[in-house]
Design a protein around this ligand. Structure first.
Ligand code: UGA
Length: 422
Protein backbone atom coordinates (compact mmCIF):
# COMPACT_ATOMS: atom_id res chain seq x y z
CA UNK A 1 0.00 0.00 0.00
CA UNK A 2 1.34 3.44 -0.94
CA UNK A 3 0.87 6.33 1.41
CA UNK A 4 1.47 10.03 1.23
CA UNK A 5 2.03 12.36 4.20
CA UNK A 6 1.18 16.01 3.56
CA UNK A 7 2.88 18.51 5.90
CA UNK A 8 6.27 17.51 7.29
CA UNK A 9 6.27 19.26 10.68
CA UNK A 10 6.84 17.30 13.91
CA UNK A 11 3.76 15.13 13.41
CA UNK A 12 4.07 14.57 9.65
CA UNK A 13 7.79 13.88 9.85
CA UNK A 14 7.34 11.17 12.50
CA UNK A 15 4.28 9.72 10.74
CA UNK A 16 6.17 9.54 7.42
CA UNK A 17 9.36 8.05 8.87
CA UNK A 18 7.40 5.66 11.11
CA UNK A 19 5.25 4.32 8.27
CA UNK A 20 8.35 3.96 6.08
CA UNK A 21 9.99 1.87 8.81
CA UNK A 22 6.87 -0.35 8.84
CA UNK A 23 7.53 -1.04 5.15
CA UNK A 24 5.07 1.29 3.41
CA UNK A 25 6.19 3.25 0.36
CA UNK A 26 5.85 6.81 1.68
CA UNK A 27 5.91 10.12 -0.20
CA UNK A 28 6.30 13.09 2.12
CA UNK A 29 5.00 16.43 0.84
CA UNK A 30 5.91 19.90 2.06
CA UNK A 31 5.93 23.39 0.53
CA UNK A 32 9.35 24.12 2.01
CA UNK A 33 12.03 23.18 -0.55
CA UNK A 34 14.83 23.36 2.02
CA UNK A 35 13.03 20.91 4.28
CA UNK A 36 12.38 18.53 1.38
CA UNK A 37 16.06 18.73 0.39
CA UNK A 38 17.20 17.96 3.93
CA UNK A 39 14.93 14.92 4.22
CA UNK A 40 16.06 13.53 0.88
CA UNK A 41 19.62 13.95 2.22
CA UNK A 42 18.64 11.88 5.27
CA UNK A 43 18.91 14.93 7.53
CA UNK A 44 16.02 15.65 9.94
CA UNK A 45 14.66 19.20 9.58
CA UNK A 46 13.84 19.14 13.33
CA UNK A 47 15.53 17.62 16.36
CA UNK A 48 13.68 14.50 17.45
CA UNK A 49 15.27 11.59 19.27
CA UNK A 50 16.02 8.68 16.89
CA UNK A 51 14.85 10.51 13.76
CA UNK A 52 18.30 10.88 12.21
CA UNK A 53 19.01 7.15 12.46
CA UNK A 54 15.54 6.36 11.12
CA UNK A 55 15.93 8.64 8.08
CA UNK A 56 19.30 7.05 7.33
CA UNK A 57 17.53 3.70 7.29
CA UNK A 58 14.41 4.52 5.24
CA UNK A 59 15.45 7.26 2.76
CA UNK A 60 15.24 6.77 -0.22
CA UNK A 61 14.04 3.14 -0.41
CA UNK A 62 10.87 3.64 1.65
CA UNK A 63 10.60 7.41 2.02
CA UNK A 64 11.14 10.29 -0.38
CA UNK A 65 10.09 13.90 0.02
CA UNK A 66 8.73 16.29 -2.59
CA UNK A 67 7.10 19.69 -3.01
CA UNK A 68 4.87 18.26 -5.75
CA UNK A 69 1.61 17.40 -3.96
CA UNK A 70 -0.25 16.27 -7.08
CA UNK A 71 2.44 13.79 -8.12
CA UNK A 72 2.64 12.31 -4.61
CA UNK A 73 -1.15 12.07 -4.24
CA UNK A 74 -1.61 10.39 -7.64
CA UNK A 75 0.61 7.46 -6.69
CA UNK A 76 -0.87 6.93 -3.20
CA UNK A 77 -3.86 5.08 -1.76
CA UNK A 78 -3.95 6.66 1.70
CA UNK A 79 -3.21 10.36 2.28
CA UNK A 80 -2.30 11.60 5.77
CA UNK A 81 -2.92 15.32 6.25
CA UNK A 82 -0.60 16.67 8.97
CA UNK A 83 -0.52 20.42 8.27
CA UNK A 84 -0.49 22.91 11.13
CA UNK A 85 -3.60 24.56 12.58
CA UNK A 86 -2.01 27.50 14.42
CA UNK A 87 -3.79 29.90 16.77
CA UNK A 88 -5.26 33.12 15.47
CA UNK A 89 -4.90 36.24 17.62
CA UNK A 90 -8.26 35.82 19.35
CA UNK A 91 -7.49 32.18 20.24
CA UNK A 92 -9.48 30.38 17.54
CA UNK A 93 -7.81 27.90 15.19
CA UNK A 94 -6.60 28.79 11.70
CA UNK A 95 -7.55 26.19 9.08
CA UNK A 96 -6.13 27.96 6.04
CA UNK A 97 -3.38 25.37 5.39
CA UNK A 98 -5.87 22.53 5.80
CA UNK A 99 -8.37 24.16 3.44
CA UNK A 100 -5.65 24.68 0.80
CA UNK A 101 -4.51 21.04 1.06
CA UNK A 102 -8.14 19.86 0.66
CA UNK A 103 -8.50 22.05 -2.45
CA UNK A 104 -5.27 20.70 -3.97
CA UNK A 105 -6.07 17.08 -3.09
CA UNK A 106 -9.60 17.56 -4.47
CA UNK A 107 -8.30 18.93 -7.79
CA UNK A 108 -5.82 16.05 -8.08
CA UNK A 109 -8.23 13.21 -7.34
CA UNK A 110 -10.80 14.68 -9.72
CA UNK A 111 -8.62 13.46 -12.58
CA UNK A 112 -8.49 9.82 -11.42
CA UNK A 113 -11.10 7.14 -10.96
CA UNK A 114 -9.33 5.36 -8.09
CA UNK A 115 -10.48 5.38 -4.46
CA UNK A 116 -8.54 7.57 -1.99
CA UNK A 117 -8.66 7.50 1.79
CA UNK A 118 -7.89 10.91 3.28
CA UNK A 119 -6.78 10.73 6.91
CA UNK A 120 -6.73 13.98 8.87
CA UNK A 121 -4.18 14.05 11.71
CA UNK A 122 -4.12 17.84 12.09
CA UNK A 123 -5.77 19.00 15.33
CA UNK A 124 -9.14 20.52 14.37
CA UNK A 125 -12.10 21.66 16.45
CA UNK A 126 -15.24 19.48 16.36
CA UNK A 127 -17.26 20.00 13.20
CA UNK A 128 -14.30 20.84 10.91
CA UNK A 129 -14.35 17.55 8.97
CA UNK A 130 -18.07 17.83 8.18
CA UNK A 131 -18.18 21.60 7.68
CA UNK A 132 -14.88 22.18 5.85
CA UNK A 133 -12.84 19.09 4.89
CA UNK A 134 -15.58 17.06 3.16
CA UNK A 135 -17.34 20.03 1.44
CA UNK A 136 -14.01 21.37 0.08
CA UNK A 137 -12.91 17.92 -1.12
CA UNK A 138 -16.31 17.38 -2.77
CA UNK A 139 -16.26 20.80 -4.43
CA UNK A 140 -12.80 20.43 -5.97
CA UNK A 141 -12.90 16.70 -6.78
CA UNK A 142 -16.47 16.80 -8.12
CA UNK A 143 -16.91 13.47 -6.33
CA UNK A 144 -19.14 12.49 -3.44
CA UNK A 145 -17.76 11.55 -0.04
CA UNK A 146 -18.04 7.77 0.28
CA UNK A 147 -18.05 7.30 -3.50
CA UNK A 148 -14.74 8.61 -4.92
CA UNK A 149 -13.02 9.10 -1.59
CA UNK A 150 -13.28 8.47 2.13
CA UNK A 151 -12.26 10.61 5.10
CA UNK A 152 -11.03 9.62 8.58
CA UNK A 153 -10.26 11.77 11.60
CA UNK A 154 -7.25 10.12 13.23
CA UNK A 155 -5.87 12.46 15.93
CA UNK A 156 -2.22 12.21 16.95
CA UNK A 157 -0.99 11.91 20.53
CA UNK A 158 2.77 12.20 19.94
CA UNK A 159 4.87 13.95 22.57
CA UNK A 160 7.79 15.93 21.17
CA UNK A 161 11.05 14.28 22.18
CA UNK A 162 9.29 10.90 22.47
CA UNK A 163 7.38 11.14 19.21
CA UNK A 164 8.86 8.06 17.52
CA UNK A 165 8.42 5.96 20.64
CA UNK A 166 4.79 7.17 20.82
CA UNK A 167 4.31 6.45 17.10
CA UNK A 168 5.45 2.83 17.42
CA UNK A 169 3.78 2.16 20.80
CA UNK A 170 0.60 4.23 21.02
CA UNK A 171 -1.79 3.84 23.98
CA UNK A 172 -4.70 3.87 21.55
CA UNK A 173 -5.70 4.68 17.98
CA UNK A 174 -8.82 6.78 17.42
CA UNK A 175 -10.56 6.45 14.05
CA UNK A 176 -13.44 8.82 13.42
CA UNK A 177 -15.55 8.30 10.31
CA UNK A 178 -18.97 7.45 9.01
CA UNK A 179 -17.48 5.49 6.12
CA UNK A 180 -16.73 1.75 6.55
CA UNK A 181 -14.51 1.43 3.48
CA UNK A 182 -12.18 4.16 4.81
CA UNK A 183 -12.08 2.60 8.28
CA UNK A 184 -11.08 -0.73 6.74
CA UNK A 185 -8.28 0.77 4.66
CA UNK A 186 -6.80 2.67 7.60
CA UNK A 187 -7.06 -0.44 9.81
CA UNK A 188 -4.89 -2.11 7.17
CA UNK A 189 -2.24 0.62 7.61
CA UNK A 190 -2.29 0.19 11.40
CA UNK A 191 -2.57 -3.62 11.35
CA UNK A 192 0.77 -4.22 13.10
CA UNK A 193 -0.16 -2.06 16.14
CA UNK A 194 -1.19 -3.98 19.24
CA UNK A 195 -3.03 -1.15 21.05
CA UNK A 196 -6.83 -0.77 21.32
CA UNK A 197 -8.57 0.92 18.37
CA UNK A 198 -11.64 3.04 19.08
CA UNK A 199 -13.95 3.90 16.22
CA UNK A 200 -16.01 7.04 16.66
CA UNK A 201 -17.89 9.71 14.74
CA UNK A 202 -15.93 12.55 13.10
CA UNK A 203 -16.85 15.01 15.85
CA UNK A 204 -16.14 12.56 18.66
CA UNK A 205 -12.68 11.87 17.25
CA UNK A 206 -12.00 15.60 16.84
CA UNK A 207 -13.11 16.21 20.43
CA UNK A 208 -11.09 13.32 21.90
CA UNK A 209 -7.92 15.14 20.90
CA UNK A 210 -8.98 18.40 22.59
CA UNK A 211 -10.31 16.64 25.68
CA UNK A 212 -6.99 14.73 26.04
CA UNK A 213 -4.83 17.84 25.82
CA UNK A 214 -7.21 19.91 27.96
CA UNK A 215 -7.19 17.20 30.65
CA UNK A 216 -3.39 16.96 30.72
CA UNK A 217 -3.08 20.76 30.82
CA UNK A 218 -5.61 20.81 33.67
CA UNK A 219 -3.54 18.28 35.65
CA UNK A 220 -0.47 20.51 35.28
CA UNK A 221 -2.28 23.70 36.32
CA UNK A 222 -3.86 21.77 39.20
CA UNK A 223 -0.51 20.62 40.57
CA UNK A 224 0.95 24.09 39.98
CA UNK A 225 -1.88 25.63 41.99
CA UNK A 226 -1.31 23.07 44.77
CA UNK A 227 2.40 23.87 44.44
CA UNK A 228 1.84 27.60 44.87
CA UNK A 229 -0.17 26.92 48.05
CA UNK A 230 2.45 24.40 49.28
CA UNK A 231 5.23 26.94 48.71
CA UNK A 232 3.49 29.45 50.96
CA UNK A 233 3.04 26.78 53.63
CA UNK A 234 6.64 25.51 53.43
CA UNK A 235 5.56 22.13 52.02
CA UNK A 236 7.44 20.19 49.30
CA UNK A 237 4.89 19.72 46.47
CA UNK A 238 6.87 16.81 45.06
CA UNK A 239 6.08 14.70 48.12
CA UNK A 240 2.43 15.77 47.92
CA UNK A 241 2.39 14.84 44.23
CA UNK A 242 3.91 11.44 45.02
CA UNK A 243 1.38 10.89 47.78
CA UNK A 244 -1.68 11.67 45.68
CA UNK A 245 -0.43 9.71 42.67
CA UNK A 246 -0.35 6.48 44.69
CA UNK A 247 -4.13 6.55 44.29
CA UNK A 248 -4.63 4.67 41.01
CA UNK A 249 -7.56 6.94 40.15
CA UNK A 250 -5.17 9.92 40.03
CA UNK A 251 -2.05 8.29 38.39
CA UNK A 252 1.48 9.71 38.65
CA UNK A 253 1.62 11.28 35.19
CA UNK A 254 1.53 15.00 34.46
CA UNK A 255 1.73 15.94 38.12
CA UNK A 256 5.15 17.64 38.04
CA UNK A 257 4.81 21.21 39.27
CA UNK A 258 7.03 23.91 37.79
CA UNK A 259 6.98 27.05 35.64
CA UNK A 260 3.98 25.84 33.65
CA UNK A 261 3.28 24.14 30.33
CA UNK A 262 4.33 25.44 26.93
CA UNK A 263 4.73 24.04 23.44
CA UNK A 264 2.75 24.23 20.27
CA UNK A 265 -0.18 22.17 21.58
CA UNK A 266 -1.52 22.70 25.10
CA UNK A 267 -1.84 26.53 25.03
CA UNK A 268 -3.17 26.54 21.45
CA UNK A 269 -5.60 23.66 21.90
CA UNK A 270 -7.03 24.83 25.24
CA UNK A 271 -7.57 28.28 23.73
CA UNK A 272 -9.23 26.85 20.63
CA UNK A 273 -11.71 24.70 22.55
CA UNK A 274 -12.55 27.62 24.88
CA UNK A 275 -13.21 29.70 21.75
CA UNK A 276 -15.36 26.97 20.19
CA UNK A 277 -17.33 26.60 23.45
CA UNK A 278 -17.88 30.37 23.60
CA UNK A 279 -19.25 30.31 20.04
CA UNK A 280 -21.79 27.77 21.27
CA UNK A 281 -22.77 30.04 24.18
CA UNK A 282 -20.83 28.10 26.83
CA UNK A 283 -18.29 29.76 29.12
CA UNK A 284 -15.53 27.16 29.74
CA UNK A 285 -14.59 28.52 33.18
CA UNK A 286 -12.41 25.62 34.27
CA UNK A 287 -10.31 25.78 31.08
CA UNK A 288 -9.96 29.56 31.35
CA UNK A 289 -8.58 29.07 34.86
CA UNK A 290 -6.16 26.42 33.57
CA UNK A 291 -4.71 29.04 31.22
CA UNK A 292 -4.77 31.78 33.90
CA UNK A 293 -2.76 29.66 36.34
CA UNK A 294 -0.35 28.75 33.56
CA UNK A 295 0.11 32.35 32.40
CA UNK A 296 1.10 33.46 35.89
CA UNK A 297 3.30 30.49 36.73
CA UNK A 298 6.59 31.78 35.22
CA UNK A 299 6.12 34.96 37.32
CA UNK A 300 6.61 32.83 40.46
CA UNK A 301 10.30 32.71 39.51
CA UNK A 302 10.36 36.51 39.69
CA UNK A 303 8.70 36.45 43.13
CA UNK A 304 11.43 34.10 44.37
CA UNK A 305 14.11 36.39 42.95
CA UNK A 306 12.66 39.37 44.83
CA UNK A 307 14.29 38.39 48.10
CA UNK A 308 17.77 38.77 46.58
CA UNK A 309 17.29 42.51 46.12
CA UNK A 310 16.79 44.62 42.97
CA UNK A 311 17.59 42.81 39.74
CA UNK A 312 18.97 45.86 37.93
CA UNK A 313 22.54 44.98 36.94
CA UNK A 314 22.43 41.64 38.79
CA UNK A 315 24.12 38.79 36.88
CA UNK A 316 21.44 36.17 36.29
CA UNK A 317 22.17 32.94 34.41
CA UNK A 318 19.42 31.06 32.58
CA UNK A 319 19.71 27.34 31.94
CA UNK A 320 17.16 25.95 29.49
CA UNK A 321 15.11 27.71 26.83
CA UNK A 322 12.97 25.00 25.22
CA UNK A 323 9.43 24.28 26.46
CA UNK A 324 10.62 20.90 27.72
CA UNK A 325 13.61 18.57 27.48
CA UNK A 326 14.65 16.53 24.39
CA UNK A 327 13.39 19.02 21.86
CA UNK A 328 14.66 22.15 20.11
CA UNK A 329 11.16 23.66 20.18
CA UNK A 330 10.75 27.04 21.90
CA UNK A 331 7.13 27.69 20.94
CA UNK A 332 5.22 29.13 23.95
CA UNK A 333 8.17 28.22 26.16
CA UNK A 334 7.66 29.65 29.68
CA UNK A 335 11.45 30.25 29.71
CA UNK A 336 11.00 33.02 27.13
CA UNK A 337 8.40 34.80 29.30
CA UNK A 338 10.78 34.62 32.25
CA UNK A 339 13.58 36.13 30.12
CA UNK A 340 11.26 39.00 29.08
CA UNK A 341 10.47 39.71 32.75
CA UNK A 342 14.17 39.62 33.67
CA UNK A 343 14.98 42.06 30.87
CA UNK A 344 12.23 44.42 32.05
CA UNK A 345 13.88 44.41 35.47
CA UNK A 346 17.22 45.17 33.73
CA UNK A 347 19.02 42.06 34.98
CA UNK A 348 22.30 41.21 33.18
CA UNK A 349 21.61 37.88 31.54
CA UNK A 350 23.68 35.03 30.19
CA UNK A 351 21.96 31.96 28.85
CA UNK A 352 22.48 28.39 27.65
CA UNK A 353 20.39 25.61 26.15
CA UNK A 354 21.74 22.43 24.53
CA UNK A 355 19.41 22.65 21.50
CA UNK A 356 17.71 26.03 21.12
CA UNK A 357 20.39 28.76 21.08
CA UNK A 358 20.05 29.44 17.35
CA UNK A 359 16.28 29.97 17.49
CA UNK A 360 16.40 32.13 20.63
CA UNK A 361 19.14 34.35 19.13
CA UNK A 362 16.60 35.39 16.48
CA UNK A 363 14.25 36.69 19.21
CA UNK A 364 16.83 38.11 21.65
CA UNK A 365 19.91 38.90 19.52
CA UNK A 366 21.66 40.95 22.24
CA UNK A 367 21.78 38.41 25.07
CA UNK A 368 25.01 36.73 26.14
CA UNK A 369 24.95 33.17 24.76
CA UNK A 370 27.32 30.81 26.59
CA UNK A 371 28.91 27.62 25.26
CA UNK A 372 27.80 25.43 28.16
CA UNK A 373 26.15 25.37 31.60
CA UNK A 374 29.49 25.69 33.44
CA UNK A 375 30.19 28.97 31.64
CA UNK A 376 26.76 30.26 32.76
CA UNK A 377 27.51 29.32 36.39
CA UNK A 378 30.92 31.04 36.26
CA UNK A 379 29.40 34.26 34.92
CA UNK A 380 26.33 34.49 37.23
CA UNK A 381 25.35 35.37 40.78
CA UNK A 382 22.01 33.58 40.56
CA UNK A 383 21.12 30.70 38.21
CA UNK A 384 17.58 29.91 37.04
CA UNK A 385 16.73 26.44 35.67
CA UNK A 386 13.88 26.78 33.17
CA UNK A 387 13.93 23.50 31.21
CA UNK A 388 14.12 19.97 32.63
CA UNK A 389 17.28 19.00 30.68
CA UNK A 390 18.71 16.09 32.75
CA UNK A 391 22.33 17.24 32.29
CA UNK A 392 21.64 20.31 34.45
CA UNK A 393 21.60 18.12 37.56
CA UNK A 394 25.27 17.19 37.12
CA UNK A 395 26.57 20.77 36.85
CA UNK A 396 28.88 22.10 39.60
CA UNK A 397 26.94 25.15 40.83
CA UNK A 398 29.90 26.36 42.96
CA UNK A 399 27.91 27.63 45.91
CA UNK A 400 25.91 30.00 43.69
CA UNK A 401 22.17 30.54 44.29
CA UNK A 402 20.11 28.15 42.16
CA UNK A 403 16.37 28.64 41.62
CA UNK A 404 14.82 25.60 39.98
CA UNK A 405 11.63 25.97 37.94
CA UNK A 406 11.58 22.36 36.71
CA UNK A 407 12.65 20.07 39.54
CA UNK A 408 15.65 18.62 37.72
CA UNK A 409 17.46 17.31 40.82
CA UNK A 410 16.65 13.91 42.26
CA UNK A 411 18.11 13.89 45.75
CA UNK A 412 21.42 15.76 45.58
CA UNK A 413 20.55 19.42 45.21
CA UNK A 414 23.01 22.36 45.04
CA UNK A 415 23.91 23.89 48.43
CA UNK A 416 22.09 27.21 47.97
CA UNK A 417 18.95 25.98 46.33
CA UNK A 418 15.28 26.84 46.09
CA UNK A 419 12.49 25.28 44.04
CA UNK A 420 9.52 27.11 42.53
CA UNK A 421 6.92 24.96 44.32
CA UNK A 422 9.03 23.06 46.82
C1 UGA B 1 1.39 17.16 24.09
C2 UGA B 1 0.68 15.86 24.47
O1 UGA B 1 1.34 15.25 25.60
C3 UGA B 1 0.67 14.87 23.29
O2 UGA B 1 -0.06 13.71 23.63
C4 UGA B 1 0.00 15.57 22.09
O3 UGA B 1 0.03 14.75 20.95
C5 UGA B 1 0.76 16.85 21.77
O4 UGA B 1 0.76 17.72 22.93
C6 UGA B 1 0.04 17.49 20.61
O5 UGA B 1 -1.10 17.92 20.77
O6 UGA B 1 0.57 17.45 19.49
P1 UGA B 1 3.94 17.92 23.89
O7 UGA B 1 3.38 19.30 23.72
O8 UGA B 1 4.98 17.43 22.97
O9 UGA B 1 2.75 16.84 23.82
O10 UGA B 1 4.59 17.86 25.34
P2 UGA B 1 4.23 17.28 26.78
O11 UGA B 1 5.20 16.24 27.13
O12 UGA B 1 2.80 16.94 26.89
O13 UGA B 1 4.55 18.56 27.69
C7 UGA B 1 3.82 19.78 27.53
C8 UGA B 1 4.29 20.80 28.54
O14 UGA B 1 3.86 20.45 29.85
C9 UGA B 1 5.80 20.98 28.65
O15 UGA B 1 6.09 22.35 28.79
C10 UGA B 1 6.17 20.21 29.91
O16 UGA B 1 7.35 20.68 30.54
C11 UGA B 1 4.94 20.50 30.77
N1 UGA B 1 4.70 19.49 31.83
C12 UGA B 1 4.43 18.21 31.51
C13 UGA B 1 4.70 19.90 33.15
O17 UGA B 1 4.93 21.09 33.48
N2 UGA B 1 4.42 18.98 34.13
C14 UGA B 1 4.16 17.68 33.85
O18 UGA B 1 3.92 16.89 34.78
C15 UGA B 1 4.17 17.29 32.49
Amino acid sequence: MKVCVIGLGYVGMCQAAGLAKLGFAVSGVDLDEDKVGLINNKTPPIYEDGLKELLEEVVPDHLTATTNLAAAVKKSDVLFVCVGTPSKKEGSMSIEQLRKVCEDVGKTIQKTDRWFTIVVKSTIVPGTIEEVVIPVLEKYSKKKFGEGFGVIMNPEFLREGLALKDFFSPDRIILGSSDKKSINSIKEVYRSFKCPILTASFKEAEMIKYASNAFLATKISFINEMGNICKKLGIDTNTVSKGISMDHRISPHFLRSGIGFGGSCFPKDVNAIIYKATEQGYNARLLRSVLDVNREQPLKMMELLDKYGPLKGKKVGVLGLTFKEWTDDIRESPALNTIKELLMEEATLCIYDPKAMRQVKKIFPHLKYMKNADAVVKESEIILILTEWPQFKDVDYKNKIVIDGKNVFDRKRPKRYEGICW
